[in-house]
Design a protein around this ligand. Structure first.
Ligand code: GDP
Ligand code: MG
Length: 661
């Protein structure tokens, strides 16, 4: 919103400018007035729109033309005052004042003008007949008003209109010549309609209208009022009401009506609530809230509430309920965006169905990826979807979890994160892209139909780490060392891919490892790709297996995506597990879900154990806690004993099970 409003009064001498200002301030007609009133400032809390308002007088006798020009360019709204009983002062409105104002203001940002006919107490007839044609001729004239400083008629109205002309200008909304809303306004309202149409059936039903009303005006609409609104629309537009709800056509008609009846502040309230600024662009503060600070070594993820919202957006657009978005459904989903955010590369970044359409899982993965790589962009996208409004949050930033500093995670050997990044290195032709695409369930045959320019350097999907679903983000790093960025090196796990059938392929992996990762704590995994082909001896001092042993890496993992069905996913589960538990040195690398280690991990993470654990805590808490207890140290002792008991028990079982192996 604006900080303040500056109103300037101009007009011929003696039309009553100074008297109008004095009448407003003192609420009585001043018998004697100076040539020019001092500039006055009305504090925000006594103005109807709650904005500080400056009122500036002009006097030809006291001011030069330069001073007048400067005041005109400073003003936010100009009242041209004439006296209704003085023909000459009316003529001067068009012959002198409007041209003068236009000369002193920008063509693109015309200052709104209000025509003020003063001294209405002196005549029987209204001046409107003369004034209306003038209004139609000059679109910068916002409105006109007849008033009297003498009997205080329409004085506060005049200043209210002036304020409104600045705060809720009709200019961006409505074209008076064509008597309809401007395209930008229609576009904005259409987006608002789509966002508010929660079930996407093209109709705002009573629930949706009530929600809309509540978010925009902080009050639900009484059911009778709701009916009245619908009746007005029914009477005036065919198809404005359908199935007892408001169609887009009806919604737009309603706003045209508001504007035509001078109630355009209603439309502005709606537009502003949905993030629009005075130029009907989405406001920067709405799209990019500044509240979000991301310290180094922290990553960004979507929280539960945000996933729920995105789920509902998906559901409302997956009309055929096939859990995938067809091209039309996707287009419809992004209709509320000013541009199409997802290019064809997205289809090669996330899981798709047999038709190549992004699945529900793929859709959530892409959102997760955007949040991880470019949180600002994610906020922007959420803004277009109306996240903060529909989910009733303070700002888009409420969707984001900033994770704990990775160093602390490592120190505590625990992480709450759900997205892990794996950077994939390898010489050109070693099979990196195939490795990424296989994660999306695509074998070589399927990969070959993708055109080069639609390829993606990212692949993201989920993997289960001991029963918990986690996102694994694979990033293919360009093999040229000279162009490596910090982001190419920062990750949770490194994959070193070599072509097992090419004797020159391994050397690159060894070099990358020695140059960048040997001295870091980042876990590394060697992948022997194209294992369906004949393996050849690598031209390097050590064999890959020896190299891995020497550097305390797991042995090279044979991998191929040249399979009849979808390639095997075990390797990705391993990667996600290593990324999540980098500290677990003596790790069972199989993640087969059959061996004891896997069973045990599954057991510890199982819902049963978690529930028992929670119940145990609640039991201890509810049985023993009274107000006095909370203060006493014995209570905390008891709770911590409970927790320790559980930890000891868990550990003992772990050891028993391990021994069995
Ligand atoms: P300015 O030169 O435009 O500032 O005009 P003034 O405020 O000095 O007023 C000029 C004369 O018109 C004064 O004698 C005022 O008393 C008189 N006047 C101002 N407003 C009204 C009004 O609403 N009705 C009548 N009857 N006289 C007015
Ligand atoms: Mg004066």
């Amino acid at each position: 919103m604006r900080k303040d409003v500056r109103i300037l009064l101009v007009g011929e001498p003696k039309v009553g400018k100074t008297s109008l200002i004095m009448s407003l301030v003192s609420e009585e007609f001043p018998q004697v007035v100076p040539y020019r009133a001092e500039e006055i400032t009305i504090p925000a809390d006594v103005t109807p729109e709650r904005v500080p308002t400056h009122i500036v007088d002009y006097s030809e006798a006291e001011q030069t033309d330069e001073q007048l020009s400067s005041e005109i360019s400073k003003a936010n709204v100009i009242c041209i005052v004439y006296a209704v009983n003085n023909k000459k002062s009316i003529e001067k409105v068009t012959s002198h004042w409007i041209p003068l104002i236009n000369d002193n203001t920008d063509k693109d940002s015309r200052v709104p003008v209000i025509l003020v006919g003063n001294k209405s107490d002196l005549v029987e007839h209204s001046s409107m007949e003369t004034i209306l044609p003038v209004m139609n001729q000059y679109t910068e004239i916002e409105t006109c008003v007849e008033c009297s400083a003498k009997n205080l008629k329409n004085i506060s109205e005049l200043f209210y209109y002036a304020q409104k002309a600045v705060l809720h200008p009709t200019g961006p909304l409505y074209c008076p010549e064509e008597k309809r809303m401007k395209p930008a306004c229609i576009k904005a309202l259409t987006r608002i309609f789509k966002v508010s149409d929660l079930d996407n059936d093209g109709i705002l039903n009573d629930n949706e209208l009530n929600f809309f009303q509540r978010t925009c005006f902080n009050a639900p609409l009484a059911s009778q009022a709701l009916e009245d609104v619908k009746n007005v629309v029914r009477k005036n537009v065919i198809d404005g009401v359908c199935d007892n709800g408001l169609t887009l056509k009806g919604f737009l008609f309603l706003h045209t009506l508001f504007i035509q009846r001078g109630r355009h502040e209603t439309t502005w309230t709606v537009l502003r609530r949905f993030g629009y600024d005075d130029d009907l662009e989405l406001h920067q503060d709405y799209l990019f809230p500044l509240t979000l600070k991301i310290p180094p070594d922290c990553t960004t993820e979507l929280n539960h509430n945000a996933y729920l919202f995105l789920q509902s957006v998906f559901d409302k657009h997956d009309k055929d309920r096939d859990c995938a978005l067809s091209p039309e459904e996707l287009k419809d989903l992004f209709d509320v965006f000013p541009y199409m955010p997802w290019g064809p590369d997205v289809n090669n970044t996330v899981c798709t169905n047999n038709e190549g359409w992004i699945t529900y899982q793929g859709y959530l993965s892409q959102w997760t990826l955007t949040t991880y790589l470019d949180v600002q962009r994610c906020l922007e996208y959420l803004g277009y979807l109306g996240y903060s409004i529909i989910s009733e949050q303070e700002s888009q930033a409420a969707a984001i979890t900033v994770t704990r500093d990775k160093k602390i995670d490592l120190q505590k050997k625990q992480t709450q994160r759900s997205v892990f990044r794996c950077n994939v290195f390898g010489d050109s032709g070693s099979g990196k892209s195939g490795f990424l695409q296989a994660f999306l369930g695509r074998n070589l045959t399927r990969q070959n139909i993708v055109s080069e320019e639609h390829m993606s350097y990212y692949a993201i999907s989920t993997a289960y780490v001991y029963g918990q679903e986690k996102y694994l983000l694979l990033h293919e790093v360009f093999p040229d060392f000279d162009v490596l960025s910090d982001a190419d090196l920062a990750c949770d796990i490194v994959c070193l891919v070599y072509d097992a059938s090419n004797p020159h392929s391994f050397e690159y992996c060894a070099r990358v490892f020695k140059q960048y990762f040997m001295d870091t704590k980042t876990p590394c995994m060697m992948i022997a790709a194209k294992s369906d082909l004949q393996e050849t001896k690598q031209l390097y001092a050590l064999t890959p297996l020896e190299f891995c042993r020497k550097h305390k890496m797991p042995p090279p993992q044979a991998f191929t995506c040249n399979t009849a069905d979808a390639p095997c996913k075990d390797i990705y589960t391993k990667l996600a597990t290593m990324a999540m538990h980098p500290h677990a040195r003596l790790r069972c690398m199989c993640t087969c879900n059959r061996c004891t280690f896997c069973h045990l991990q599954n057991f510890i993470n199982s819902e049963l154990v978690q529930t028992v654990k929670a119940k145990l805590y609640t039991a201890i808490l509810s049985r023993h806690v009274t107000q006095a207890d909370l203060k006493s140290s014995t209570f905390w002792l008891r709770v911590s004993v409970g927790a320790t008991m559980f930890a000891v028990l868990g550990f003992a079982m772990y050891r028993v099970l391990l021994k069995q192996r």
